[in-house]
Design a protein around this ligand. Sequence first.
Ligand code: ATP
Length: 791
Amino acid sequence: IDMLKATLTGDKKPKKKIAVMTSGGDSPGMNAAVRAVVRTGIHYGCDMFAVYEGYEGLLKGGEYLKQMAWEDVRGWLSEGGTLIGTARSMEFKKREGRKKAAGNLIEQGIDALVVCGGDGSLTGADLFRHEWPSLVEDLVKDGRFTEAQVAPYKNLTIVGLVGSIDNDMSGTDSTIGAYSALERICEMVDYIDATAKSHSRAFVVEVMGRHCGWLALMAGIATGADYIFIPERAVPAGKWQEELKDVCQRHRNKGRRNNTVIVAEGALDDELNPITAEHVKDVLIDLGLDTKVTILGHVQRGGTAVAHDRWLATLQGVDAVKAVLENTPETPSPLIGILENKIIRMPLVESVKLTKQVADAIEHKDFDRAISLRDTEFIELYENFLSTTVRDDGTELLPPAERLNIGIVHVGAPSAALNAATRAATLYCLSHGHKPFAIMNGFSGLIQTGKVKELSWIDVENWHNLGGSEIGTNRSVAAEDMGTIAYYFQKFKFDGLMILGGFEGFRSLKQLRDSRKDHPIFNIPMTLIPSTISNNVPGTEYSLGVDTCLNTLVNYTDDIKQSASATRKRCFVVEVQGGHSGYIASFTGLVTGAVSVYTPEHKINLASIAEDLSLLKENFSHDKGEVRNGKIVIRNEEASTVYTTELIADIYCEQSDNKFGAKTAIPGHVQQGGVPSSKDRVTASRYAVKCVKFFENWNKRNLTTGNMEEDAHVLRFHYNAKGEKISTVAHEDDSAAVICVNGSQVTFKPIAQLWEEETSVELRKGTEVHWEEFNKIGDILSGRLKLRAEV
Ligand code: ATP
């Protein structure tokens, strides 16, 4: 009403008022999104509102449209579900209901709505926007408002965030909550695995996904399942039973003690007959397997959001507010999405339309179209799943001349998912006729013992969820003894080398590539899959193990923060690993709401400590002890040699004027270990198969190019009539490469170029700080910038 008065009396331009709501099924990360939207909006000078109880709240208006203060969303990052509530509203589906909703928004002066929900919620939101001008006209006709009162609210701005555990929205790689749900599923299946193995049982696990098989597919890959049923790829009616039995029996014959089958709740055969967990169970019992069913149900929605979802929701929430502020009446409603590592905007209507087409395609038995509407990662992973399980019966075997000997080596400190990647590479190799060889205990293991083990199916069978390194890892680099390494490469006739490691792996790849001139045996394709919690491999934004480490840190920091909150006036200085790379410190700071983050990229000095101290004092001085106000500061282990974690905490204590206390918390090596996260397992599998395909492609180029002159730059092997490799010759640099993620791209980048152009050898990291944005956003959302302004 004040707002209307201000408008009518011509007072100064009223503040932009934006509302945020959650709708449809709840998903972990929705609270992080609401927090980000509310705080970003306040930061940009807007009045922020939350609509409680979804569209039902919009219809009720009044207290259901609550203005949000900065403090109202404190602690929301670590809460599961949605704290502003969600509901399904039949009334909003009717025009009369939407008219009421429009009136309630105008009453509060709100003309922008950020909706976090699934395709239904977003369809409703877009319809609401389109109808808005006519709804407003009707409200005037009905006498609820005058022309003058509605004049400032001619258009409604809608921005969509996809909150859904199903990951069913077209055009975006992941939705808020999907990875949390996947994590819950994998935890549960891991538990089931233990009992299944003990009793030599088969388990059929039903997961959510009415029209979308993302959860089932990813869970299948991450838990080493034998078979999956997804709606997009219906199995042949009447025939799938035999295939399922074949696959499970084959894996039993190879030595497996248990079987896992994942069924999406919307699974169908190609005659559109539903396939339930009970159907699958009957088939497995018929095979003679002791079979149990577990329907995971709502446990999949439960719990706190994983690091990825907090990050996604936070960055998308920030972008949603920017999109509102940049919107014009002509701009189509945007939907905030993500491609690989890049936050993107896309037209909401288009994405929703494509999403709905999947269900239509399934209904019309057009399964090729249904799967083609999923993103490329989905299709790639589905094919990989088939290659490594269903089609490991010899159907994918390559001709003898194309079969390769592939060496796999782990280098450097362990990080989660080394085993998962090695397993995926091994299974893919075996189904294609290649021979996978594990170089035991890193390069120094090879040099000292020459131990190389040819990996079999049963060797790697249960490596999908094992942390650490089953083949052993070592910090030593290849250059320690190139001659001996070359000898063993010759002995085992390696045609390709897959290195998993961090900066030492990177360095080893460079050394092997450089010594090709002395040791022609290294003229084989070689790849590095960046695997390090420090995420310091030059040229890429993502390393295997980082996601697991971040989940560990998020849980650890949540617990510490809770302790700090319970004692009211306490700040913890949490020391995290990362070497000279501040990536995990900055990321952890962003997703745990740290007051400040100390990284090697931003040196600590007396001035910055003094500033943080006054920010903390100021913050704690307002606290009367009734609110949860534990504070966290994150310090990277290498942020300073002088200002140690202990010293910073001591300075805070000494100088706090008894306004608060400070303690240190150092999680240490727990950051490197543990069970790999579902995201790390899936990514490990994806990258490992990509690497083997990279070797295959190089080899195919050799086989198809006979012309020496024309292809002098191409790596070539020559084969005699028996199919044996007889020589190697010079090649181009592209064949020694690192698998890199940059924004929305995943590419193989040549090591020579990376070393030359993007590497700081001294600091053991890349020259580009691709995560700088995390610090800026973290400063806004933690209140650091606001506190600074107040101080
Ligand atoms: P989930 O993926 O969890 O099912 P969703 O957003 O798709 O989430 P729905 O139940 O389909 O969930 O939609 C949530 C609410 O959005 C509905 O209760 C209804 O109020 C509104 N809504 C859905 N579809 C429409 C529509 N076509 N027109 C108007 N409102 C709609």
